[in-house]
Design a protein around this ligand. Structure first.
Ligand code: SF4
Length: 615
């Protein structure tokens, strides 16, 4: 079996930690991690609950492949009702924290209630206790991790924590583990902060036992690793260039949203690209990139470790930022750079480090700055209101606004609302490039039609990781489709969405899907887990997870109206690139998508669909 069969329930109100047996019937129906934790959450909370109320719960969960020798098997998820989105939230992180949770003998931790004072959970194998965190409150994620490791006198303790963003109610606060890995999206860190939970520190020495058929598992994981190694993207592109390899590619095809989606190509993309990170700087003769890095058990190693130019204006008086640190990844580089028209690589790295240090989602933060810069250029926001000049392209403004948001100062409080609430506050809700209050990631939904449909229908708000049709529409994986065509995209998106549910729920990284299909994952799950995990079953479970999440959102009050894109994408055509003159075909694709899903025209899963899925 790939599960430890153990759940830790932490009641923060009462200050208790209680072990429970994992519901194996649910594990058989929802696999693990995203699917299984969502099943627990949905069974235990009122969908209409205020995300920041004690009645909301937050679950940290592993999958059956987490902590095993499956490549990338280090993932864990945080499942809750999202502070930013008011929808189901599931944020996924790599690093080493997830594997450590498994090594300590647990499948998941359910946090409920609210602690009367700041605490952190100390978990060492079977021993779990809540400890006072008054001395940690106010510290950054980096300081918190360092302090806990010193206190525990164990550098191998794995820590996840919130920083000032989560403490101060920034609505897109994330949870940082291993210094620069993040469960970043939808405000899961904000929920953690609302519970007065500062950190979780884990030391596990039990390893992973109970793989059902070890010889078969060894054979399946070895074969699957070879597929990753032999693939041009996972074997060469990602280790060499990281996800940033996409910057020039997406710019070329006119799908790189720029200046709050006013443009689809960025004239300075080359300056902030993966290639630029390899080049020697004229100032100090050193390359920005130091090395690549891998999360637990990963044979791809897409992570970037970089060092800033010590003479850059943002850090010249702050030596603490001169060391090697995580980033830049593609999404952060896009949101902090292209979305704001900022082509200063060092400024992006500084802003990215602050996001990691203080626990903020760089995608939502960067895109919110982009919306603020547009409001400034339109004269709706003034220098006096913001506290500085904030035109598109200003690296100085980006750096200052990051500091202000991370520490809750001045206009940073407005930026901490996210773009939807901020733009509504200043009378231009149409300028928020978001769905369900969550900001778009780094692909334009006009020049890549399938991803636009994906943003609109994603259960956790705009997201590329819920159905990455870019793989097919741009990279030809597993088959090439025309990015500008709308035909066939509902079927394509459904297939990606359902399959992603399995990757996430297994505890592996979705980047494997550049090379793996479900057929590569299936033998690994089947060998690890008891029961039937055939392709038919996996396809059914993936679809079941998607529909379960949908039902939660509908019960929370969301409707088909929330499956929409901002007017800009539907009325303002791409100005340049291969998609010049094109707008999103969402209004055509959405009804077809509902049909393909077996939903009513109102976007509600039909009775027959629910019955087929056992919901
Ligand atoms: S592919 Fe990248 S993000 Fe995914 S597990 Fe490996 S190093 Fe981590």
């Amino acid at each position: 079996m790939g599960w430890n069969r153990k759940v830790l329930r932490v009641n923060l109100t009462a200050g208790t930690c209680t072990p429970e047996l994992l519901n194996m019937e649910w594990a058989n129906d929802y696999l693990g991690s995203r699917g299984l934790a969502s099943k627990y959450l949905i069974s235990e909370i009122d969908p209409k609950v205020d995300p920041l109320a004690p009645e909301n719960k937050m679950i940290m969960a592993t999958g059956p492949l987490t902590g095993t020798m499956a490549s990338t098997g280090g993932r864990y998820t945080v499942v809750t009702k999202g502070a930013l989105t008011n929808a189901i939230a599931c944020s996924n992180s790599g690093g080493f924290f997830g594997a450590e949770l498994k090594f300590a003998g647990w499948d998941m931790i359910i946090f409920e209630g609210k602690s009367p004072k700041p605490v952190y959970l100390a978990l060492e194998n079977d021993k779990a206790e809540l400890r006072d965190a008054a001395h940690l409150w106010g510290k950054t994620c980096w300081e918190t991790e360092e302090t806990i490791k010193r206190l525990h006198q164990d550098p191998l303790t794995r820590v996840c924590s919130i920083g000032g963003a989560g403490e101060n109610g920034v609505l897109y606060a994330g949870i940082i583990n291993d210094l620069h890995r993040a469960a970043g999206r939808s405000g899961v860190g904000t929920v953690m902060g609302s519970k007065n939970l500062k950190a979780v520190a884990i030391r596990g020495t039990k390893g992973v036992s109970g793989i059902k058929d070890f010889p078969a598992f060894l054979a399946a994981t070895t074969a699957a690793k070879k597929v990753l190694a032999d693939n041009a993207v996972t074997g060469q592109g990602l280790p060499t260039y990281g996800t940033q390899v996409l910057m020039n590619v997406i710019n070329e095809m006119g799908a790189l949203p720029t200046r709050n989606h006013r443009d689809v190509q960025f004239e300075d993309a080359g300056k902030i690209s993966a290639e630029a990170m390899h080049e020697k700087r004229p100032t100090d003769g050193k390359a920005h990139l130091v090395t690549n890095a891998a999360c637990f058990g990963c044979t791809i190693a897409c992570g970037r470790i970089s060092k800033m130019d010590e003479t850059h204006f943002s850090v010249k008086n702050s030596p603490k930022y001169w060391g090697a640190s995580g980033g830049l990844e593609y999404e952060a580089a896009w949101a902090l750079g292209c979305a704001n028209g900022v082509g200063d690589l060092e400024a992006l790295q500084y802003a990215n480090m602050l996001c990691n240090e203080h626990g903020m989602d760089p995608i939502s933060f960067g895109a919110t700055v982009g919306a603020a810069m547009e409001l400034f250029e339109l004269g709706i926001l003034t220098k006096e209101q913001i506290g500085l000049e904030a035109p598109f392209g200003s690296a100085e403004a980006l750096c200052k606004l990051t500091e202000m948001t991370a520490t809750g100062q001045g206009f940073g409080k407005d930026l901490g609302l996210g773009s939807a609430r901020m733009c509504a506050k200043y009378g231009r809700p149409d300028l928020s490039m978001s769905v369900k209050n969550q900001e778009f990631p780094a692909y334009d939904g006009r020049s890549i039609q399938g991803i636009g449909l994906g943003y609109a229908t994603s259960n956790r708000g705009a997201c590329h990781l819920r159905g990455y049709t870019v793989a097919s529409e741009v990279l030809g994986i597993p088959v090439k489709t025309d990015p500008l065509a709308t035909e066939g995209k509902p079927e394509l998106l459904k297939a990606f969405q359902d399959a992603t549910g399995i990757f996430d729920s297994a505890g592996i990284c979705v980047f494997t899907s550049f090379a793996w299909t479900l057929a590569d994952v299936q033998p690994q799950i089947q060998a690890a887990c008891e029961g039937d995990w055939s392709m038919e079953k996996l396809n059914l479970v993936g679809e079941r997870i998607w529909n379960m999440e949908r039902q939660f959102n509908l019960a929370a009050g969301l409707t088909a109206k929330d499956d929409d894109l901002p007017p800009r994408l539907k009325t303002e055509a791409c100005k340049t690139g291969p998609g010049k003159g094109v707008v999103s075909g969402l209004d055509k694709m959405k009804p077809e998508y509902y049909q393909v899903r077996g939903w009513t025209p109102e976007g509600i899963p039909a009775a027959a669909t629910l019955e087929r899925l056992g919901l």
